[in-house]
Design a protein around this ligand. Structure first.
Ligand SMILES: NC(=O)c1ccc[n+]([C@@H]2O[C@H](COP(=O)([O-])OP(=O)(O)OC[C@H]3O[C@@H](n4cnc5c(N)ncnc54)[C@H](OP(=O)(O)O)[C@@H]3O)[C@@H](O)[C@H]2O)c1
Length: 259
């Protein structure tokens, strides 16, 4: 199936690792001209060379200056994937108000900065895609990570507002909402925790038991970054012309709600 992305320019924020890297790789495989972004120059350049990206944009999206630099390098972007973000494993005791503010800045305002810089051009050209990476914790929070879960909820909410703002422009705004996805940092975290939890020795045992305890779902495992990338590519493609303000959950059935 040709998803018709040839000639489309895509910026994937936070594509120097994890989900962003997988999203950038699949967009490039499907013919898009991909701009890789990160703060870590070496990692971003390595990913860009590996996937055949057309440019590398470096900048801290928690600042206006960083966002300006990234937008200048990115140029006329048709597909903006707001993926850059951060999460730690604090609970209510450790997540101070400063941590909440910083998390909102990095996870929410960062994306707004890129929307403000890149969406006017999409509007003028009459075609565009804005895709937020959200998450299941937005609608099914736990006692842990309250600041992070709330930042995900904000991403979901602003994507729908933006969709309504963009009505009739040819530009859509949607969310891909991952469950728990196995990126390097998640694998390290689970492996460190395994002995005290009695999850077993092999990675297969650890993953199965960690999924049962943390994110029970229909598949008994964590998701893979490539599975998130597939949903992003669909939303970026003309096959999703009639989809705006929507959320695609890619979580193995972790979230049980019918809406
Ligand atoms: N993994 C999951 O289970 C999961 C589930 C739901 C949602 N998500 C979301 O998916 C996104 C990617 O997460 P991941 O698991 O792939 O994590 P990751 O491997 O740590 O990747 C995070 C990316 O964001 C970039 N980044 C972080 N802070 C930034 C800042 N201030 N300015 C610019 N870039 C910044 C990092 O760039 P540098 O390292 O180059 O600085 C890196 O490329 C996050 O927004 C997260 O909320 C992840």
């Amino acid at each position: 199936m040709d998803v018709n992305l040839t000639g489309r320019r895509a910026l994937v924020t936070g594509s120097s690792s994890g989900l962003g890297e997988a999203i950038a790789r699949l967009l490039a495989t499907e013919g898009a001209d991909v701009v890789v972004h990160g703060r870590d120059v070496v990692r971003a350049r390595t990913v860009a060379a590996d996937i055949g990206a057309v440019a590398v944009a470096i900048g801290d999206l928690a600042t206006d200056e960083g966002a300006d630099a990234v937008a200048a390098t990115a140029g006329e972007v048709d597909i903006l994937v707001n993926n850059a973000g951060t999460y730690d494993h604090s609970g209510w005791d450790d997540a101070t108000p400063q941590v909440w503010v910083r998390t909102y800045e990095v996870n929410v305002v960062s994306g707004v900065r890129m929307i403000r810089r890149l969406v006017p051009g999409m509007r003028e050209r009459g075609w565009g895609r804005v895709i937020q990476i959200g998450g299941g914790l937005s609608s099914q929070p736990t006692p842990m990570l309250p600041h992070y879960s709330a930042s995900l909820a904000a991403r979901h909410n602003l994507a729908v507002s933006l969709a309504r703002e963009l009505k009739g422009t040819g530009v859509t705004s949607n969310v891909v909402s991952p469950g728990a996805i196995l990126v390097d940092s998640v694998e390290r975290f689970l492996t460190e925790m395994a002995p005290e939890r009695g999850w077993g020795e092999s990675w297969e045992e650890i993953e199965r038991n960690a999924a049962r305890d943390f994110v029970p779902n229909d598949f008994g495992r964590f998701g893979r970054p490539e599975e998130i990338a597939g949903a992003v590519v669909y939303l970026a493609s003309p096959y999703a012309d009639y989809v705006s303000g929507a959320t695609i959950r890619v979580d193995g059935g972790t979230i049980r709600s019918v809406i």
